[in-house]
Design a protein around this ligand. Structure first.
Ligand code: DP6
Length: 365
């Protein structure tokens, strides 16, 4: 049996930047994000032992056999029973060695005790490594899919019966990539640092139907970024702006949540822009400095502010660790923004997204 997990990306309103404890994936501060609906990773997974007779694979049986020749797996392996494993990872139809995925699988095996080899086939609906949090959706999908395969679960109810609540899955995803923990829930999700790695929490702050927002993702560049966010997180402490930022984060979170309770887009938008620019100031003033914003990014930021001032549309930007821009607004503003984009930036590609409901699990026959 093969299952397919669709896990969404998320866009951070309050950014997770810097780690207090890298090994425990304990963040330096609180964060808050909106789960997306259309920017998703789709991951198909099954135990490798039954992979050989499936005709759906995108690459040849011989390749699978060669990659899997050390695998002795014959089904669901009891936890804590070690065996050699040889996973097969297929990305966009091609077999791939992916360090981030194999590291994540080692973390999951260590944390859960499951060892059986996995066949994992994955694709994104958006370009990878350009600041659209492919690791968030990718790692969330990987965690859910692997645990489904290992425990024989085909739904979140099954997973819970097998000891894997959404909350446990969120923390497993966080260990693979911090922002992925927030992709386990729909709507608006907060990841609170609290007093220790063991007490940090990931919960839904507002459901998706509290406030549907539009997010137009402007694809300024599809190039892979030169410095990965995991590497750049470690530099945060060297910026003189980092300590003041950390001490102010809990207050900023409250201000954002208050704007969200009131569904006050102007207030939220003002906070969003200041927060994104603050994170990028920390990144740019670290030692060594990193710059994710390109000339085209900054030109578009000016265009957004000018268009807003001129009353063309009411939308506010935020940017994760990459050059691409998320343009957030009430749903009713979306047609005006798209018309302005087409008129002023006809060659600019964008993804139309909005507040999403969280990951789903499907059974494939
Ligand atoms: C800028 O979750 O990619 O998107 O935990 O090292 O995998 P690791 O980092 P990652 O960092 C994402 C940072 C961010 C802000 C955010 O999503 O909150």
């Amino acid at each position: 049996m093969m299952i397919e997990v669709k896990a969404p990306s998320n866009i951070a309103f309050l950014k997770y930047w810097g780690k207090a404890d890298r090994k425990a994936q304990w963040p330096a501060g609180d964060s808050l994000s909106m789960t997306l609906q259309n920017a998703v990773t789709m991951t198909r997974c099954k135990l490798i032992s039954s992979a050989f007779d499936d005709s759906n694979y995108k690459f040849s049986e011989t390749e699978i056999r060669q990659k899997s020749k050390h695998s002795e797996s014959t089904g669901s392996t009891p936890p804590n029973q070690h065996e050699a494993h040889s996973d097969v990872i297929v990305f966009d139809g091609q077999p791939k060695e992916d360090k981030k995925i194999s590291t994540a699988l080692s973390i999951l095996r260590r944390q859960t005790g499951y060892q059986a080899s996995l066949y994992l086939e994955t694709k994104n609906t958006f370009p990878k490594s350009c600041g659209i949090a492919s690791s968030a959706s990718g790692m969330a999908a990987l965690v859910i899919a692997s645990l489904c395969a290992w425990t024989g679960s085909t739904s979140f109810d099954d997973l819970e019966k097998n000891g894997f609540t959404k909350n446990r899955l969120a923390h497993l995803a966080r260990l693979c990539s911090g922002s992925a923990g927030r992709s386990l829930y729909g709507g608006y999700v907060e990841w609170l640092k609290k007093d220790s790695p063991a007490t940090q929490s990931i919960t839904c702050a507002f459901p998706a139907d509290h406030w549907q927002l539009s997010d137009l993702i402007l694809l300024v560049s599809k190039d892979e970024k030169s410095v990965g966010s995991t590497e750049a997180h470690d530099l945060a402490w060297s910026s003189p702006f980092f300590a003041p930022r950390i001490s102010y984060l809990p207050e900023k979170l409250q201000l954002m949540k208050r704007a969200m309770v009131a569904r006050d887009m102007e207030n939220l938008g003002t906070l969003l822009e200041a927060e994104a620019l603050e994170m990028h100031s920390v990144i740019m003033t670290a030692t060594p400095p990193v710059n994710y914003l390109t000339k085209n990014t900054t030109a578009l930021l000016s265009w957004i502010r000018e268009s807003r001032k001129a009353g063309v549309f009411q939308a506010w930007f935020t940017i994760d660790a990459g050059p691409n821009i998320h343009l957030l607004s009430d749903m009713s503003e979306k047609p005006k923004i798209i018309a302005a984009l087409k008129a002023d930036h006809p060659d600019l590609e964008f993804i139309e997204d909005q507040t999403g409901n969280g990951p789903v699990i499907n059974i494939l026959v």
